[in-house]
Design a binder for this molecule. Structure first.
Ligand SMILES: C[S@@+](CC[C@H](N)C(=O)[O-])C[C@H]1O[C@@H](n2cnc3c(N)ncnc32)[C@H](O)[C@@H]1O
Length: 292
């Protein structure tokens, strides 16, 4: 494996190698699934091809390219950045280091949001902190009659989100560069969804495998990780229709405080849902601001 994980000069680059042999050597240094996925993407083939063509000889250039990918993976770079894509819900999204890699737990946020957006109705939806556009584009595909506004502070993230909307020919999403609600005056939404940054500054996880490659604007919030959640809860009532929903993702230990903040801001029907690992992950409530 050493030959595959270090620089090209140190490897036996003159000798072509078969797919099977390459994957066996790679598995000494990186996760077996990661190695397969990287090779699949590099060769633009599916998993079955790798199995069926284990004896296929790869070119010296292909081996060298794969070695470079492995070296980056070994250095901790997430597979999604190396392949430039990540599956989310039922779609595959382009990702770059400008955006957070969409997480499986965020699929719960989409699921809950979809349960509040009836099919066939022209609802107005706001996605705060859209990043790759994973939430906005997925909702747009599942609710073609809804009109989704996707906001982000990062122009480079919005560029990725726009490409993802184009990739799926989604025409019911508009993208707005803004600091949370500052892009709006009179608009009112039926549902506001958000996956804001919620990790505390200095949290040791930020130095761990993967996270240190992701943009800190997507991860970190002041006030012990709660600053963005505070802002969104405090301002959302001004932008929700009568009985509109605010639904957002938060950290594993932020459900209680999120519910308290919603209660204080006048929300009702407040709920929290756990993700697949039984961690409280999504909290929401209905706004009564327009009742008065
Ligand atoms: C946790 S990421 C979520 C990305 C995407 N929605 C997802 O779930 O994969 C948070 C996003 O919020 C954006 N963001 C951070 N601060 C913001 C602000 N003040 N206003 C708008 N967006 C902001 C970041 O650029 C980032 O794209």
């Amino acid at each position: 494996m050493a030959a595959l994980s270090v620089s090209a000069q140190q490897t036996d680059m003159g000798a072509p190698i078969t797919i099977g042999e390459l994957l066996r050597k790679a598995a000494d240094g990186v996760d077996r699934v990661d190695a397969r996925w990287l090779l699949q993407n590099m060769l633009n083939v599916d998993a079955a091809f790798l199995i069926a063509h284990a004896e296929l000889l790869l070119s010296v250039e292909q081996v060298a390219h794969f070695q470079r990918l492995l070296a980056r993976r070994i250095a901790g770079e997430p597979v999604a950045y190396l392949t430039g894509k990540r599956g989310f819900y039922d779609l595959v999204f382009e990702v770059t280091p400008d955006v957070l890699i969409p997480r499986p737990e965020t699929e719960l946020l989409v699921e809950v949001a979809l349960s509040k957006i009836p099919l066939g109705r022209r609802c107005n939806i706001l996605d705060l902190g859209t990043g790759s556009g994973a939430i906005a584009v997925t909702i747009a595909r599942h609710r073609p009659d809804a009109c989704i506004t996707a906001v982000d502070l990062s122009p480079s993230a919005l560029a990725v989100a726009r490409r993802n909307a184009e990739k799926y020919s989604v025409e019911n999403v508009i993208f707005v560069e803004a600091d949370w609600f500052t892009g709006f005056t009179d608009e009112k939404f039926d549902v506001i969804v958000a996956n804001p940054p919620y990790i505390a500054e200095g949290d040791p996880h930020l130095e761990g495998d993967g996270l240190r490659f992701e943009p800190s604007i997507a991860l970190v919030a002041s006030n012990n990780g709660l600053n963005c959640i505070h802002t969104i809860i405090a301002q959302a009532p001004g932008y929700l229709k009568h009985s509109g929903w605010l639904i957002f993702e938060h950290g594993y230990d932020q459900a209680d405080i999120s519910r308290k903040l919603l209660d204080k801001a006048g929300f009702f029907h407040i709920f929290t849902r756990p993700d697949l690992s039984e961690t409280d992950r999504v909290t929401g409530g209905q706004c009564e601001s327009a009742l008065v």
